[in-house]
Design a protein around this ligand. Structure first.
Ligand code: IFM
Length: 445
């Protein structure tokens, strides 16, 4: 695989990522809105749920051994709010806190930097019952959760992210209805967008008050291109860009939401939302950029936002996502040039889903995921190009360590560097894992 570690600046960090609900298995956690979303027929492919997932709760040591053996520097993971605070607030469950304590210690013991994301989508059901992210109180309770985690783990965690991909939690969960809580309502969407942004701000303040540093947020980006000529298509593309790429970035980096997003969402925002922008736009220490694909947009009739996605010309992953490494340098340049300046950027997720069928090898199953090796190589080359052009990119993290619960797609979409047999839970490193290991070993001066 090229480029290799030696082609990146000294100190550039490589990692791999997971999230709590997707790998842990629920055992002992309080109920969360993904449990009830998955328990509702038709929401998740194969009627799958997160009850067992990858059994990481019991196998975390083996999983961390895999991260360390590959030669990664960073292990990015998330904490389940419902495991730590089954009621969403109030008394923590000591066993939940102990699990993350052990996980952080085990990460450090292997020479890895623990990069913790507080919220990767599993909202405790008692908070969902009170309106979830449509309710301002959820953002305040998130601050309490952040304070608790800072107090317990602040002495050992290397970096903190408040939220992962708030656009998905807000838009896919409240507008498209394909993520928990499964709503399709623009008013709920607007409120969830704002309260997630506020949750970031409140969480950030709580982490700062707790004395921890290296605090950021992880946002997902999809550069959008007009699918056809014409003013209506161009306008639809700009609207898509405003909602997808610029809403949270604008809030966090400028303390302002883009006008084009406010055109549709503004009338539904909670009264006095402007007063929250100072907290939302408070300084952060780094920004996480999740990058998978680009979008081709056309105009759609009907109510705002009047856009529709159309398939692009490029090759697609198993998710149907167009493979577009060439858009990554432009994206990173645009983020730093227009919003974040010298702020360190990290690619906090990049990877692809592929069928990854095991074949019999001499010593056991083998997975020849050459497509993933090509995908990762091309995106690493794109990251390197961005650095050469002066983007302050400091690290690159692969999604994901393990095949896992891919939300509404259940267990059918495999993103892992390590194959998981969901019957036996056996882990088998794929060819991409071995290729990355070799590329990380290259430390030639
Ligand atoms: O699996 C997800 C992850 O939870 C968030 N970012 C995108 C990944 C692939 O869809």
């Amino acid at each position: 695989m090229t480029p290799t570690r030696a082609d990146f600046p000294p100190g550039f960090l490589f990692g791999t990522a997971t999230s709590a609900y997707q790998i842990e298995g629920t055992g002992g956690a309080g109920p969360c809105h993904w449990d009830s979303f998955a328990a509702t027929p038709g929401n998740v492919a194969g009627a799958a749920d997160g009850r067992r997932a990858c059994g990481h709760l019991d196998r975390y040591a083996e999983d961390l051994d895999l991260v360390a053996a590959a030669g990664f520097d960073i292990y990015r993971f998330s904490t389940s709010w419902a495991r730590v605070l089954p009621e969403g607030a109030g008394a923590p469950d000591p066993e939940g806190l102990d699990f993350y304590d052990r996980l952080v210690d085990a990460t450090l013991a292997r020479g890895l930097k623990p990069a913790l994301t507080l919220y990767h989508w599993e909202l405790p059901s008692p908070l969902a019952d009170r309106g979830g992210w449509t309710n301002r109180d959820t953002a305040l309770r998130f601050g309490d959760f952040a304070a608790l985690m800072a107090e317990r783990l602040g002495d050992r965690v290397w970096s903190w992210a408040t939220l992962n991909e708030p656009w998905c939690a807000a838009w896919l969960g409240h507008f498209a209805g394909v993520h928990a809580p499964g709503l399709r309502d623009i008013r709920a969407t607007a409120r969830a967008m704002h309260h997630l942004a506020l949750g970031h701000g409140v969480g950030l303040a709580a982490l700062r008050a707790g004395g921890v540093g290296q605090i950021g947020i992880v946002l997902n980006f999809e550069p959008a291109f007009p699918a056809d000529r014409g003013e209506a298509v161009r306008a639809a593309t700009l609207r898509y860009d405003a909602v997808f790429n610029r809403f949270f970035l604008g809030g966090v980096a400028r303390g302002a939401y883009p006008e084009l997003a406010l055109e549709g969402l503004g009338p539904h925002l909670p009264r006095g939302w402007q007063a929250d922008l100072d907290a939302i736009g408070a300084p952060i220490d780094w920004l996480g950029v999740n990058y998978y694909t680009v979008k081709r947009i056309t105009h759609a009739p009907g109510p705002w936002p009047n856009w529709a996605e159309v398939p692009g010309p490029g090759r697609k992953t198993d998710m149907g996502w167009e493979i577009a490494p060439m858009a990554l340098p432009d994206l990173l340049r645009w983020i730093s040039g227009s919003h974040t300046g010298d702020l360190p950027l990290y690619v906090t997720e990049n990877g692809m889903a592929a069928p990854d069928t095991p074949v019999a090898g001499e010593t056991g199953p083998e997975i020849h995921d050459e497509d993933r090796i090509a995908f990762l190589s091309s995106h690493l080359a794109a990251a390197r190009e961005a650095i050469a052009e002066g983007v302050p990119l400091k690290g690159y993290i692969v999604w994901s360590l393990l095949d896992n619960f891919e939300w509404a797609f259940g267990y059918g979409k495999r993103f892992g560097l390590v194959h998981v047999d969901f019957e036996s839970l056996q882990r088998t490193p794929k060819a991409s894992y071995h290729a990355l290991k070799r590329m990380l070993e290259d430390r030639r001066p």
